[in-house]
Ligand binder design. Structure first.
Ligand code: SF4
Length: 427
């Protein structure tokens, strides 16, 4: 048995909640979550444990390189980047150190940087850039929220322990038990986790996701005392909406939660903006905050590092020797469709399923061991997973803290930061 066998208070990097209370064991090189894991984390740990020794070897043109020949694969990758007029660095699913190295290499190569979740990131960022917002932290939700309104999301599909960690958790700051009320608004599939431990049922207000913007507009009208002629909006009666505004106005600490990935319809940013303006208005008389959920696939980590290193959010181009931010033209999908890039570097160190999009241009993949491809990349270098194979840091959804990730096992896989650093030395 490995001497690192049993560990407590382990940080999980597999969704934006970044829970830091897992227990794991390592027996015969297999990592297992033994306490506080959700189905997502258990599956991810199990999948990353089921790799063969051959999966640990880099491949060049589909052929495994010899033992101790990582340098050969890195040299091949460097050759592709050297010959590239316009490289694209995408995926970007790594930790803080890996992302710092990637931004440095992008600066060296004049690359465009994008994350596959950047369209969703942009929906939130455009609201923040245009009109600002009042948001809160996980700790504040856990300690103070007495009303939680989930807009267009059940939270748990993407963030399985949301209610366990933030809502029904008895471990909060005050001895008095918080009498929390849950409201779901939208096309919600799973409302079961919103049932309180004492059996109190959540209020569910069903409506089409794409109509949430109309509902938000009506809620703002009601909150600000404007008259509405209609008796219902998007199938929801005005009385129900008035009742919701009354709940928000009477709450001591209301929180409106959304998961931007679930608001995936045309102009969803206007729905988010309307929601954020409602939050601002409610703060005239009580405390209300927004809680945007995100951070899966380490998208917020990539964005935080890019912002502090380069001064702009993703996606950003360094092609002209200075940063250029354009969330509409620099997405991976549009760049590949337009043939605007000639080499792809894809980084995916958390989940083997997060493979690059199909492309005919030369590609370099730094991915999880065991990653399967429809089109084999020119160079594939299996890399370590932060929080399993090496220590590191990752931002959680509320972006107020970067949590430490710990090494749980030893193997020969190099960290993304190591491979990218070695690549840069060759350019
Ligand atoms: S909820 Fe997210 S961070 Fe927490 S254990 Fe599950 S996958 Fe990991």
């Amino acid at each position: 048995m490995n001497k690192l066998a049993s560990r407590n208070n382990i940080t999980c990097p597999f969704c934006g909640l970044v829970c830091d209370d897992l227990s794991t064991s390592l027996i015969n090189e297999k990592l297992e979550v033994t306490a506080n894991g959700c189905s997502l984390s258990k599956l991810a740990f199990a999948q990353l444990s089921s790799v063969n020794a051959s999966d640990l070897r880099p491949r060049v043109s589909g052929k495994p390189v010899g033992d101790n020949e990582l340098g050969h694969a890195i040299a091949e990758a460097a050759g592709l980047l050297r010959g590239s007029a316009q490289p694209l660095f995408s995926g970007l699913m790594t930790d803080v150190s890996g992302m710092r190295a990637i931004t440095s290499l992008a600066d060296r190569c004049g690359a465009i940087l994008d994350h596959p979740n950047s369209a969703a990131l942009t929906r939130n960022l455009s609201v923040l850039q245009n009109s600002g917002w009042i948001t809160t932290t996980f700790s504040e939700v856990k300690n103070r929220a007495d009303l939680i309104v989930l807009v267009g999301t059940d939270a748990v599909t993407r963030f399985p322990r949301f209610f366990e960690r933030l809502v029904w958790n008895k471990d909060h700051l005050f001895s008095e038990e918080l009498k929390r009320e849950i409201v779901y608004l939208g096309d919600i599939k799973n409302t079961q986790p919103g049932v309180a431990p004492n059996g109190r049922q959540p209020l569910v207000i069903p409506c089409n996701q794409e109509k949430l913007g109309e509902i938000m507009g009506a809620l703002r009208c009601i909150a600000t005392g404007k008259h509405i002629e209609a008796t219902e909006i998007a199938g929801v009666s005005i009385q129900v909406l008035e009742k919701l505004i009354s709940k928000l106005s009477n709450a001591r600490y209301g929180v409106i939660v959304w998961a931007v990935a679930d608001l995936d319809f045309p102009h969803a940013e206007l729905t988010i903006q309307s929601l954020c303006e409602l939050v601002k208005y409610l703060n005239k008389t009580t405390r209300t905050c927004g809680l945007p959920l995100g951070g899966n696939d380490s998208d917020l980590t990539a964005n935080q590092v890019t912002t502090w290193q380069i001064g702009f959010s993703l996606p950003v181009s360094l092609a002209n020797g200075r940063p250029s931010y354009d969330p509409h033209h620099f997405t991976t999908t549009s760049l590949l469709a337009q043939g605007a890039v000639d080499t792809l570097l894809w980084v995916s160190s958390y989940q083997a399923q997060r493979t690059p999009p199909a492309t005919k241009i030369p590609s370099i993949v730094l991915g999880c061991a065991g990653m399967q491809f429809e089109n084999e990349p020119d160079v594939f270098i299996p890399v370590a997973t932060p929080g399993l194979d090496h220590s590191g840091h990752i931002f959680r959804s509320d972006t107020v803290v970067a949590l430490p990730l710990r090494q749980l096992r030893t193997n020969s896989l190099p960290a993304v930061a190591h491979v990218i650093g070695a690549l840069q030395k060759l350019l």
